[in-house]
Write a protein that binds this ligand. Structure first.
Ligand code: HEM
Length: 161
C-alpha cells in the first residue's frame, strides 16, 4: 500500500494539472470581433476548408509544388490554418515562426509569391467568398510579401507584371 505522502503528492499533482488545464485555454484565447475577417469568412471551419483546397492547388501547380517536396504537408496545412486564423482575427494567437524566418532559406522570388497569391485567390473564388472579402484578404496577404520574400520594406521595386 502507498504511503500517505505518496497519496497526497498524487492528489496534489492531479489537482494542479486539472486547475491548469481549466484555466490555460481561457488565457490563450482572444475574443473574436464579429467584424474580423475570421468571423466574416465563416470561422475556423471555413478557413480549414480554404487551406485544404489551397494546398491541393499548390501541389498541383508546377510553379511552386517543388518547394514542398520535402515538407510534411500535414504539419504545413495545420500551421497555415493556425497562421491564417490568427492573421484574420481568430481566437488563438500564432505561436510559430515569423514569416521572414519561416521563408528565409527558400530564396523566394516575386513570381513565387504571385503564384501563391493566385492559388489563394482562386481558392476563395471557388468557395464563393464575397468578392470584397477576397480583395480584403488578398490585401492582408500582400502586406506580408516583403517579409516572406525577405526583402527590406518598403520595397523600392514594388511592381507586378
Ligand atoms: C503571404 C504568403 C505566405 C504565407 C502567409 C505563408 C505561411 C507560412 C507558414 C505559416 C509557414 C509555417 C511556419 C512555421 O513552421 O512556423 C510556412 C512555411 C513554408 N512556406 Fe510559406 N507562406 C507564404 C508564402 C510562401 C511562398 C510564396 C512559398 C513558396 C512558393 C512558401 C513556401 C513555404 C514552405 C516550403 C514552407 C515550409 C518551410 C519548412 O518547413 O522548411 N510560402 N509558410
Amino acid at each position: 500500500m502507498k504511503s500517505n505522502t505518496t497519496l497526497w503528492t498524487t492528489a496534489l499533482a492531479t489537482a494542479t494539472l486539472l486547475f491548469g488545464l481549466s484555466f490555460a485555454p481561457a488565457e490563450e484565447n482572444r475574443e473574436v470581433d464579429p467584424n474580423s475577417i475570421y468571423a466574416r469568412l465563416g470561422g475556423q471551419e471555413a478557413i480549414d476548408a480554404a487551406v485544404d483546397l489551397f494546398y491541393e492547388k499548390m501541389l498541383a501547380d508546377e510553379r511552386v509544388a517543388f518547394f514542398f517536396e520535402d515538407v510534411n504537408m500535414k504539419a504545413q496545412t495545420r500551421k497555415q490554418k493556425e497562421f491564417l486564423s490568427a492573421a484574420f482575427g481568430g481566437p488563438k494567437p500564432w505561436t510559430g515562426e515569423d514569416m521572414r524566418t519561416a521563408h528565409k532559406n527558400l530564396d523566394l522570388k516575386e513570381k513565387d509569391f504571385q503564384a501563391v497569391a493566385e492559388n489563394l485567390q482562386s481558392t476563395l473564388e471557388e468557395l464563393k467568398v464575397d468578392e470584397s472579402l477576397i480583395q480584403e484578404i488578398m490585401g492582408l496577404v500582400g502586406s506580408l510579401k516583403d517579409e516572406v520574400l525577405n526583402r527590406k520594406s518598403p520595397a523600392k521595386t514594388e511592381k507586378t507584371n
